[in-house]
Design a protein around this ligand. Structure first.
Ligand SMILES: [Zn+2]
Length: 263
């Protein structure tokens, strides 16, 4: 019944809640394999040609800044981010990569990597990002954010495990790349996967932004840095489909259900 209600709401949004592109666009994706890079490049080039300027999450949420901002991010330790560095350079964008600190290819066991891949519903034959690759990504000027140590559903964990998953992860990443980590995205990204208590805990650790994966929330009047909503990016889909998703104003849907309006 609930699924049917959600489906009906999504259908209504697809028809009646479509607007001009918002001035601030935040997107997130996961892997970026060679066969998907063409669609990705076409859409980013299109947005850049419209005057959107690539920014990190703090610049995205700031009151002052370019009138048109594009925050491009990726979650989940895919090694093909490293293979896409030349493409990001060509497109003239700087991205934010939210990484899970306990599953780097050269710093964790095969079993830990496999458990992570199962957790994010990916076939596990692909190698995860390595620390060597991570450091090269940083050297190219991209931003690294924290995405926990083992990618659990945080809202289902007892608070005793928060230190291990979040504070420890932040420290590990800071040691690895020798930079402060101040941006966080929580695994699975929907409202049910996080809480206001967790948000306060993250702020206490020094995080300045927290990103969600609740699509269709780009038309906010002001952006709360502790609740930066990103719209899901489907690299396997052509430009028109992704632009349509960015044009959905699903603020009411987001308030009611706390989840993504796109499938
Ligand atoms: Zn994730």
């Amino acid at each position: 019944m609930k699924q049917q209600i959600l489906k009906t709401f999504r259908g209504v949004h697809a028809v009646f809640r479509r607007r001009q592109l918002p001035n601030r666009i935040a997107i997130y994706g996961h892997e970026l394999p060679p066969e998907q890079r063409q669609h990705f490049a076409a859409c980013i080039s299109h947005l850049v040609s419209m005057g959107y300027v690539s920014v990190n999450p703090r610049e995205y949420a700031a009151v002052e800044g370019p009138s048109k901002r594009l925050f491009v991010s990726f979650d989940d330790n895919f090694a093909d981010w490293y293979d896409s560095l030349a493409l990001f350079d060509r497109l003239g964008i700087s991205c934010t990569f939210y990484v899970t600190s306990g599953v780097f290819f050269d710093r964790s066991t095969r079993a830990e990597q496999k458990a992570f891949m199962n957790q994010i519903c990916q076939p596990d034959e692909k190698p995860t990002l390595s620390v060597t690759q991570l450091k090269k990504i940083v050297a190219r000027g991209h931003t690294i954010g924290c995405h926990t140590h083992t990618h659990p559903v945080l809202s289902q964990l007892s608070s005793e495990r928060w230190d291990r998953e979040i504070a420890h992860s932040k420290r590990v990443l800071e040691r690895l790349i020798d930079q402060k980590i101040v941006d966080f995205s929580f695994p699975f990204g929907m409202r049910r996967d996080f809480s206001s208590t967790l948000s306060a805990y993250c702020q206490g650790l020094g995080f300045q932004t927290i990103a969600t994966g609740i699509s269709g929330q780009l038309y906010q009047h002001s952006i709360d840095p502790m609740f930066v909503h990103r719209t899901g990016w489907k690299s396997h889909l052509p430009i028109a489909e992704n632009i349509k998703n960015l044009q959905l104003d699903a603020r009411i849907y987001g308030k009611l259900f706390g989840r993504s309006v796109i499938g």
